[in-house]
Every structure is written in C-alpha cells, then in structure tokens.
Write a protein that binds this ligand. Structure first.
Ligand SMILES: Nc1ncnc2c1ncn2[C@@H]1O[C@H](COP(=O)(O)OP(=O)(O)OP(=O)(O)O)[C@@H](O)[C@H]1O
Length: 260
C-alpha cells in the first residue's frame, strides 16, 4: 500500500513557472490518468513525483515521508517511473535492460538472485518479448523498445507505477495488452497505477480517477462519471466532445469539432 501526496508544489524551469501550487493526493490502489493539453506540465509533474527533478517549493510525500529522505533502493521498491522518451545504451540487450528493473533488490543473497531472474522472465513473457530477449535494444522497432521499457518498469515490482504516454509507438493490440496487464496488476496485486495519456478513450476505459492539468494547475481530480457529467473535457481541450455508451455502459468519447 502506498500513499502519494503533493502539498503546495511549485516547479519552474528557470524563471518560468510550470507547476503552480499543486495539492493532490493520489487514491491508493487505484488507476489514475493525468490528462491535459500539450505543455500543461503533465510530464514535469510525473518527473517530480518520481524524484527525477527538483521542486522549488512544497512537499512530495511518499507514505507521509519526504521523497528526498528515501534511500534510492527503498524508493525504487515503492515507485517505478517510465518517462516519455527513455533512452538506453545502444549495446545492451533487452534482457539486460529489463534486469535493470531489479536494481532495488540486488544483494548478495541467492534468494534474491532466483527471485530477480523469475521477475525478469515474467516481465519479458507478459510483454511478448521472450523471443527478442537477446536482441540489442538498438535493433528493435519503436514499439518493441517501448515494450522493453514497460517490461523493465513492471520487473521492478514497485507499489506504484508512473507511466508517461506508455502506449506511444504501440499498435492497437499491444496497447490493449499492456493496458490490460496494468489493470490486472492493479486488481490482483493492488498496485497503484498513475499514467499520462493523450488518448482520452484509454484514459476513460483504464482509470478509476482522472486528474486534469492545465497551465500547471489542477483543474479536476474526479472519478470518470463526474468528469463526464460535468463536461469538463470540452472546456479544457476546447473541443466539442460527445460520449456514447457501449453494451456494458462503458463510455466512449468522440469529437465533433473544435470550440472557438
Ligand atoms: N527541460 C526543460 N527546460 C525548460 N522548459 C521545459 C523543460 N521541459 C519542459 N519544459 C517546458 O515546461 C512546460 C511543460 O512541459 P511538460 O513536458 O511537462 O508538458 P506536458 O503536459 O507533458 O506536454 P505534452 O503533452 O506536450 O507532452 C512546457 O512549456 C515545456 O516547454
């Protein structure tokens, strides 16, 4: 179980304020999508929450403790983070990359070695990469690379996964496979999943809660039905969205022109 909360968070690059006075507590053991227009600060927020950039002001609390107070390996057992465009060394294999996800558990004990190998094999299998495991990262297509990064992230077996635009480069079958895999990790292993999405249908279908960010401010943090009921998306994206329902009453969003 993991508690992640942000208090009065402010982040700037140079003189420009990017994240302004954000207060947010992610709902634990749920799936949350962060959405918002380009440049609104989604990736910046995710980088800060995973400890990858400094904040100017405010607190990031993981289980009520400041993120900076954690030892790196302990933090990696709590949080794994997949940024938007990760880059790997060219000369490592897929399996080596996925093994990096086990950094937090490396020790001299044999028990860990067996567990580490089991997790790496599992991550390769569920991301459909077993046959590519000895290939160099540099030899993979964009979608295969992305799956290797996702495999590394899930091999980390952390309590919470942050994933920034994880479905970029993936064909529709692999998008759905990965999203279903995350849903399973959430339901069965109670992982807290926090994703940045541009695909609003993915966000609506694969989240319990949506955080909307615009110009560095949190506009909404609501469950799916409230987001739909209050028609928040039209205003945020300046697009006329319409919602249909499938036979299981799941919402399907489509657009009907740009608002002026
Ligand atoms: N390293 C950086 N140095 C200076 N400015 C930056 C840097 N990274 C991002 N920015 C700026 O911060 C703002 C927020 O960027 P961020 O990547 O967080 O937005 P985003 O919501 O994730 O956008 P997108 O949907 O386009 O991926 C943008 O105006 C961007 O130009």
């Amino acid at each position: 179980m993991i508690d992640i909360s942000l208090q009065n968070l402010n982040i700037s690059y140079g003189k420009e304020d990017i994240i302004s006075n954000v207060n947010l507590t992610f709902i634990k053991e749920k799936m949350t999508s962060i959405i918002g227009p380009n440049g609104s600060g989604k990736s910046t927020l995710l980088k800060a929450i995973s400890g990858n950039i400094k904040t100017n002001q405010g607190k990031i609390l993981i289980n009520q403790k400041l993120i900076d107070s954690y030892n790196k390996k302990i933090l990696a057992q709590k949080i794994s983070s997949l940024p938007q465009s990760p880059e790997s060394p060219k000369d490592i294999t897929v399996k080596q990359l996925v093994s990096y996800g086990r950094y937090a558990y490396q020790s001299l004990f044999k028990k860990n070695k067996i567990e580490n190998e089991k997790m790496v094999e599992w991550a390769l299998k569920v991301t459909g990469l077993k046959e590519l495991s000895e290939h160099l990262m540099d030899e993979l297509s964009g979608g295969q690379k992305q799956r290797a990064w996702i495999a590394m992230s899930i091999a980390q077996n952390s309590d919470c996964l942050f994933l920034d635009e994880l479905t970029t480069y993936l064909d529709i079958k692999h998008q759905l496979e990965i999203l279903e895999l995350l849903k399973n990790l959430n339901k069965k292993e109670k992982k807290t999943i926090i994703m940045v999405h541009h695909d609003l249908n993915h966000a609506l279908r694969y989240s319990d809660y949506i955080v909307i960010i615009k110009k560095g401010k949190i506009i909404a943090h609501e469950n799916i039905e409230n987001i739909i009921k209050h028609k928040i998306l039209n205003d945020v994206f300046q697009v006329n969205f319409k919602i249909l329902r499938d036979e299981k009453n799941n919402p399907i969003i489509f657009y009907d022109g740009i608002l002026n």
